[in-house]
Design a protein around this ligand. Structure first.
Ligand SMILES: [Fe+2]
Length: 217
């Protein structure tokens, strides 16, 4: 793991890699995600849970609806969204536990901090580019954000892009290998992911990602 610096900041992001065994353990669960009912079409699949990490243990917190203001998300802002919970087996997998503990440490979150987990699959068909984030360059409305790419072998594209401002050129643009991740200051930076298309010779492709968000304690 190493930290990246931009010309104008000190701590800002961490960039790292989960081990392959942990990635493989969680990777298969993306096939079971239900379709995201709040988006037109069937290109996004999603589960959502809230947890605390106390004494190294992942503790599921009561379900709540997920809502972003229209200032943050012009596409689905002010829409109260209710998603299925992440199943126990995935929530307590080695990969998820590692992600959550690392995220907690990197963001200096206390035991009472709630970490929100979005497990997301983007499906792409034909050669039409599918944007993982239809809202474009955006912030999630939290203090901390982690983006963990867990499966990208069947697509092209999907580069993770980070910006100093909504209308600036990205200062970071990288196609992540499976298990690669970035943790960043969501209040400071904007992010986006490049559209995905099926890999050469494939009719269908999947881009699998886990997104973690939290507010500072
Ligand atoms: Fe986002």
């Amino acid at each position: 793991m190493h930290s990246l610096q931009t010309p104008t900041s000190d701590f800002t992001l961490h960039h790292g890699q989960l081990n392959a065994q942990a990635v493989a353990e969680l990777a298969q669960s993306f096939a079971d995600l239900p379709v995201d009912p709040y988006i037109q079409g069937d290109f996004r699949y999603r589960c959502y849970s809230n947890v605390k990490v106390q004494g190294g243990q992942v503790l599921r917190q009561p379900t709540k609806t997920f809502m972003q203001s229209s200032n943050i998300n012009q596409y689905l802002g002010d829409v109260e969204r209710r998603y299925q919970e992440i199943p126990e087996q995935s929530l307590h997998s080695q990969a998820m536990t590692t992600m959550l503990k690392d995220f907690q440490a990197q963001c200096s979150l206390g035991d009472d901090a709630v970490i929100e987990i979005h497990q997301i699959r983007i499906k792409t068909q034909s050669r039409d580019a599918t944007p993982p984030a239809p809202e474009g360059v955006h912030q999630d409305g939290f203090d901390y954000l982690g983006i963990y790419v867990m499966g990208s072998g069947t697509v092209e594209g999907g580069e993770v892009m980070l910006y100093e401002a909504k209308d600036s050129a990205p200062f970071f643009c990288e196609r992540f290998a499976d298990g690669q991740y970035v943790v960043l200051n969501d209040a400071r930076y904007f992010h986006n992911a490049a559209p995905v298309i099926p890999a050469q010779g494939q009719a269908l492709g999947y881009w699998d990602v886990v997104v973690l968000t939290a507010h500072a304690a």
